[in-house]
Write a protein that binds this ligand. Structure first.
Ligand code: ZN
Ligand code: ZN
Length: 346
């Protein structure tokens, strides 16, 4: 198969021809029809992820068709249209038994713990636990774009933040994660305040359902601006970027007993941000994380897509081929495009 491979961190990846994968007894091989290009892939390539062993094939936001099935798999057949969460569960640890595959003790993460989907084929472990069937009407590029940013936002807003009708939800950072969160929070009936430093992104945020916006470059204090708009602070606030400043603002703009959900990754120099802990205590704030979503929770999200309440296809940006994915990956920190770039030709 053709695959994008890197043999050293930060060194240029190359297209290589590798043997096709074979399924584990509990796994499947998926023919990749679409795979998203994500900042996490860039972090991995930079060497920020200790799970990655070299040489490595990146890619974790995938959708495709089951090509081969291991002998112990009971739920899936060759030809099934599928996607997977970026964290796969082992199915047999205490976290998996409690239904929390997203924090499994021995996680399977294509593109991190194992070779990923910047390739014609990818092996997926524990298929009965981790595969998600795609509705016929959902195209592969949109399905791939759900992979990590959209599902992580869904879990952040719905399962962790428990945002509900009439609540104020603040979203800090309007990239792929933030715009997903805005769409989802709006769909559950919350009033969304979007925060960013780009007027264009705030305009897109408004089109996707934000009722108010704050341009962080135009106000003295982002937290004060959000508190003013929301008349007392957000009930739920998300750091959708993953930066010490947005994390601090997201906690600081909460009303009493509000919930902060950290969605953007905090890696390398950003891994231990300042937290206004005196406010967390005095106002009984909650600080939560969101780390993907279990395969079995996809049904609720897919139903909202099928019924037209969520439109993730609006977040799909450029469609590129495998060759172009190398540039898209390595220039991720310079290039601030709108929407999710998806590889659709291999
Ligand atoms: Zn597990
Ligand atoms: Zn991702």
């Amino acid at each position: 198969m053709k695959a994008v491979v890197y043999e050293a961190f930060s060194a240029p990846p190359q297209i290589q021809h590798l043997p096709d994968p074979t399924p584990e007894t509990h796994g499947v091989v998926v023919k990749v029809m679409a795979t998203g290009v994500c900042r996490s892939d860039w972090h991995g390539w930079m060497g920020h992820d200790p799970d990655i062993r070299l040489p490595h094939v990146p890619g974790h936001e995938l959708a495709g068709i089951v090509e081969a099935v291991g002998k112990d798999v009971t739920q899936w057949r060759v030809g099934d249209r599928v996607t997977v969460p970026f964290v796969g569960g082992c199915g047999s640890c205490p976290e998996c038994y409690s239904g929390n595959h997203q924090v499994c003790d021995s996680q399977f993460q294509p593109g991190f713990t194992h070779w990923g989907s910047f390739a014609e084929y990818v092996g997926i472990h524990q298929a009965d636990t981790n595969l998600v069937a795609l509705p016929e009407t959902l195209d592969f590029a949109t399905a791939a774009s759900l992979g990590c940013r959209f599902v992580t936002s869904f879990r952040a807003v719905v399962d962790q933040g428990k945002a509900s009708a009439g609540q104020w939800v603040a979203v800090h950072g309007c990239g792929g994660v933030g715009l997903s969160a805005i769409m989802i929070a709006n769909a559950v009936g919350a009033n969304v305040v979007a925060v960013d430093i780009s007027g264009d992104k705030l305009q897109l945020a408004r089109e996707l359902g934000a009722v108010a916006t704050v341009n962080a470059t135009e106000v003295a204090s982002v937290a004060e601006a959000v508190i003013e708009v929301t008349r007392g602070g957000a009930h739920v606030s998300l750091d959708a970027l993953g930066h010490p400043a947005t994390c601090f603002n997201s906690i600081s703009n909460l009303r009493k007993r509000g919930k902060h959900v950290q969605v953007g990754l905090m890696l390398a120099d950003h891994s231990t941000p300042a937290i206004p802990m005196s406010k967390v205590i005095a106002h009984e704030l909650e600080i939560l994380g969101s780390h993907g979503m279990q395969a079995y929770r996809y049904g609720a999200m897919l139903d909202m897509i099928q019924t037209g309440k969520l439109s993730p296809e609006k977040l799909v940006g450029q469609r590129i081929d495998l060759e172009q994915s190398i540039k898209a990956l390595t220039s991720m920190d310079e290039f601030q495009g709108v929407g999710v770039t998806v590889v659709t030709e291999f």
